[in-house]
Every structure is written in structure tokens, then in C-alpha cells.
Design a binder for this molecule. Structure first.
Ligand SMILES: NC(=O)c1ccc[n+]([C@@H]2O[C@H](COP(=O)([O-])OP(=O)(O)OC[C@H]3O[C@@H](n4cnc5c(N)ncnc54)[C@H](OP(=O)(O)O)[C@@H]3O)[C@@H](O)[C@H]2O)c1
Length: 295
């Protein structure tokens, strides 16, 4: 496993296991299997509604001696209904610690660039000072928003920005901006959840055959060689293992370049600036926290 050193000197495994869209019933077992295979970075979120089960999987792995707490790097995220003000964010941070059954969380992110992000960031900063969180980050901030946030907040520079990056949406310019501000990018949906036939794309298949690897392995390796931290999700242990075996080969410059040709320069999911999407997120605040004060 490769490790990347963040701007606060904390180390993060370059490849992690994501639990988005894994049901409550399956999460504890999936996390346990992933740790058994060797994953040390686990990515959950309040919005995934499976923090408690992530905690169960972690506890089981530690109890069975597969891993120590210190070897793990656990990430979670405040969702929009937690980012309405400082107090709500503080409550949510402590609730996550309880659900995950942890004394500290390695990385806590603001899941979306909406709401009272400055108030929530202060709550995260205080929890970090108290030793409850090691590293802080943001997610789904575009480069312009990231720069504004770095310049305007009075807590500190985020360690990470977790954003969509995959062969359809490669974000070359965004990566350069994040390097300039020393904010590590972390790729979500590296396979674009299989959208647009990613696993059967002819260019990716051709490169996969050349290295005797799968398309999934080629995509993860491509992201690793672009110095991104990468999160992959699978519910199946054989795929978790396959996705983990990406440190024993190297893509040539030529093949890296060929993958560049797949870039469509737009999200395979949705645009965070689309008014309908913003409206959807705002509705989540009302639905998830009735009566919450709106700014
Ligand atoms: N910050 C954010 O807003 C945000 C948004 C989305 C995701 N994330 C994080 O990023 C993680 C990864 O993203 P994601 O889960 O959306 O999508 P993803 O990892 O791009 O794709 C997951 C899909 O690919 C399939 N898959 C996995 N490995 C495979 C393989 N080797 N061969 C064939 N199919 C394979 C999985 O199916 P099976 O499970 O059936 O194997 C699943 O359907 C999430 O779990 C989450 O932690 C963050």
C-alpha cells in the first residue's frame, strides 16, 4: 500500500474502501472483509446511514486481531442537515463518534459545499483541537469554492477535498489548483459506478489485456499514478481483492495518455451548480431536520 502525507503531516493510505449504497445489513460484514483483505482507509458518511455498522465491522476486525485502531484511517462526513449552524454540527460530530464507536475519527469532511460551512468548519476545528478528529476536509467543492474557503476560513486549510474523478470526468485543471493550495484530492466513484459502459470500454479493455489486469484495476492504477487518493466500493470480496491488487504494476506514459482521451469534462452524475440539484439538497435539510433554521 502507498501512503500519502497530508498537509498536516498525517498519512493516508492511497486506496480506500467506500461504503456508499451498502445496506445496513451488509455493511459490517463488508467492512470486516475489506479490512481482512488489507484495506485500511474506510469511507462512510452520515448520509450513508451505515456508520453504526461500519463501527461494528471495525470492532470485530480489531477484536480478532486483524488490525489495530492506529492502523486504520476512518472517514465520515457531515451532511447538509448537519451544516445549518455550529451547534448542529457539534452535535452531529459527537453522534458520529458514538455510532462508529471510536474515540477519534481520522478524517471528517463537509460532504457538500452548502449551508453554514464556516460554522460547521469551526465545530470540526474545535473537535480536532480536542483530539476527536485528526484531519479535516471538504467534499464536492469545485476549485473556485475550495480557494475561497481556504482564504476565508479561520480554522485552517482542509487536508482533503473528496471529489468525483473517473475516466469520464478527469479534472486535470482541478487537480493542478488543488496542488497549488496543497489540498489532497481524493477520488469518489472511480468507476463512475459502471456508468456509460465503463467496464466494457474498448480502450480500457485493450489496456487491461496488455497488463493482464481488469478494467477496474487499470482505472484504479491510473488514479494512483495521478497521485490521487482513491475510494472504491464493492460488496463482493473477490472484487474487493481485485481492486486492492493495484500496486504490482505500472501504466506507461503512453497508456496514461490514451486514457486521457476518454475525458468528457463533465460529471457522470450531476452538476453541483444545477439549481434543481441545489434545491434537492436544500429539501434534504427540511426533510431530515424539520424546523431547522435556514440561513
Ligand atoms: N463525497 C461524495 O459525495 C461521494 C459520492 C459518491 C461516492 N463517494 C465515496 O466513494 C466511494 C466509491 O464510489 P461509488 O461507490 O459511488 O462508486 P464506484 O466505486 O465507482 O463503483 C461501485 C460500483 O462498481 C462495481 N464494482 C466495484 N468493483 C468492481 C470490479 N472490480 N469489477 C466490476 N464492477 C465493480 C460495484 O458493484 P458491486 O458492489 O456489486 O461489486 C458498484 O456497482 C463510495 O463508496 C463512497 O465512499 C463519495
Amino acid at each position: 500500500m502507498n501512503y500519502i502525507t497530508l498537509n498536516n503531516e498525517e498519512k493516508i493510505p492511497q486506496l480506500g474502501f467506500g461504503v456508499y449504497q451498502i445496506s445496513k445489513e451488509e455493511t459490517a460484514q463488508a467492512v470486516y472483509e475489506a479490512i481482512k483483505i488489507g484495506y485500511r482507509l474506510i469511507d462512510t458518511a452520515i448520509a450513508y446511514d451505515n456508520e453504526e455498522e461500519v463501527g461494528d465491522g471495525i470492532q470485530r476486525a480489531i477484536k480478532e486481531g486483524l488490525v489495530t485502531r492506529e492502523e486504520l484511517c476512518i472517514t465520515t462526513k457531515l451532511f447538509v442537515h448537519n451544516v445549518v449552524n455550529y451547534e448542529e454540527a457539534t452535535k452531529a460530530i459527537h453522534a458520529s463518534l458514538t455510532r462508529l464507536k471510536l474515540d477519534y475519527i481520522d478524517i471528517f469532511l463537509l460532504h457538500q459545499p452548502y449551508g453554514d460551512i464556516y460554522g460547521a468548519w469551526r465545530a470540526l476545528g474545535l473537535a480536532q483541537k480536542e483530539g476527536k478528529i485528526k484531519s479535516l476536509g471538504i467534499s464536492n467543492f469545485d476549485s473556485a469554492k475550495m480557494i475561497e474557503f481556504v482564504k476565508m476560513n479561520d480554522v485552517g486549510i482542509p487536508q482533503i477535498n473528496q471529489i468525483e474523478i473517473n475516466p469520464w470526468y478527469q479534472r486535470e485543471e482541478d487537480i493542478v489548483w488543488h496542488q497549488k493550495y496543497n489540498v489532497q484530492v481524493e477520488a469518489w466513484a472511480p468507476f463512475a459506478e459502471g456508468r456509460q459502459g465503463l467496464f466494457t470500454n474498448p480502450i480500457l479493455l485493450k489496456i487491461a489485456q496488455k497488463y493482464k489486469k481488469s478494467v477496474a484495476q487499470i482505472v484504479l492504477r491510473w488514479l494512483i499514478q495521478r497521485n490521487s487518493v482513491v475510494l472504491a466500493k464493492s460488496i463482493r470480496p473477490e472484487r474487493m481483492k481485485e481492486n486492492f491488487e493495484v500496486f504490482d504494476f505500472c501504466l506507461s506514459d503512453e497508456d496514461m495518455k490514451e486514457i486521457t482521451s476518454l475525458d468528457q469534462q463533465q460529471s457522470a452524475f450531476f452538476d453541483h451548480h444545477n439549481p434543481e440539484m441545489v434545491e434537492w439538497f436544500m429539501d434534504r435539510i427540511e426533510n431530515l431536520q424539520p424546523g431547522a433554521k435556514r440561513w
